[in-house]
Design a protein around this ligand. Structure first.
Ligand code: NDP
Length: 246
């Protein structure tokens, strides 16, 4: 069944695992044409080969979202091959939680670089194409932590709050170009995200929190829902979490 996804050109950052990978699989099955990016190229390559074997249209491009030129290359490659870009899923992210008093400056900077600068690099890369096309859809990934902050999650929550602000500012600025914007805020979903915690005791707490995690396809279905709306309908925000989550 064509759910308004078939043939859409979708670029996904952070597609080597978790939510990005699940979305690539889901959208490939629905007939989207994909360009997937992340740093771990061997994993991207394996996903590309597997989905191609099922008849999917997909390219994998090694991409570090902290480098604006690499994000631009991912988007440029998609446009070169498919002739256009319909959707950017700005998904790459890391979550090395820790209390501020531990002064984990490297972790703070990494969160700012990936979760915040990475999102802006994606927006910068696609806007000229989408403005010229007078169509497009930018989906940014925030979090329940983009709605509330808890001890130990301050910097992560700050980046995810910022993603929501950027999404709303973007929405207001790009609607004259018929570009849609969606921000998706997941709760606890089973992915490799807890592995990005660098403090062993915090990592243990996070793993316990993740015992109620729901499968990553829940997120992919939210993306598919937003993408498959008619062009004059813009799903601005989706917040979801496991039923058991606080
Ligand atoms: P994963 O750790 O499974 O996936 C994160 C992805 O981001 C990986 O593909 C990783 O690929 C990529 N990534 C990390 N750093 C970079 C970088 N510098 N450049 C490019 N890609 C990078 O976690 P999730 O799938 O859960 O995370 C996806 C998004 O969802 C994140 O933004 C996260 O904050 C958000 N989120 C997740 C929740 C959850 O419970 N899972 C809840 C709320 C939000 P590689 O290492 O190969 O580069």
């Amino acid at each position: 069944m064509d759910m308004g996804i078939r043939d859409k050109v979708v670029v996904i950052t952070g597609a080597s695992s978790g939510l990005g990978e699940a979305t690539a699989r889901h959208l490939a099955q629905a007939g989207a044409r994909l360009a997937i990016g992340a740093r771990r190229f061997e994993r991207l390559d394996a996903i590309e080969q597997e989905l191609k074997n099922y008849g999917g249209n997909i390219i994998a491009v090694k991409t570090d979202v902290t480098d604006a030129q690499q994000v631009q290359r991912l988007v440029d490659d998609a446009v070169k091959i498919y002739g256009r870009i319909d959707v950017l899923l700005n998904n790459a992210g890391v979550m090395p939680h820790s209390p501020l008093e531990r002064r984990k400056l490297d972790d703070w900077n990494r969160m700012i670089d990936v979760n915040l600068r990475g999102v802006l690099h994606g927006i910068a890369a696609v806007l000229p194409y989408m403005q010229q096309q007078m169509s497009g859809h930018i989906i940014n990934v925030s979090s329940v932590a983009g709605h509330k902050v808890r001890p130990g999650s301050t910097v992560y929550a700050a980046t995810k709050h910022a993603v929501r602000v950027i999404s709303e500012g973007l929405r207001q600025e790009v609607k004259p170009y018929n570009i849609r914007t969606t921000v998706i805020s997941p709760g606890i979903v089973a992915t490799e995200l807890p592995d990005s915690v660098t403090e062993p005791d915090i990592a243990e707490n996070v793993r316990r929190m993740y015992e109620i995690a729901i499968p990553a396809d829940a997120f992919a279905r939210m993306v598919a829902f937003a993408i498959s709306q008619p062009e004059d309908v813009d799903v601005n925000e989706i917040l979801f979490r496991p039923t058991a989550q606080e």
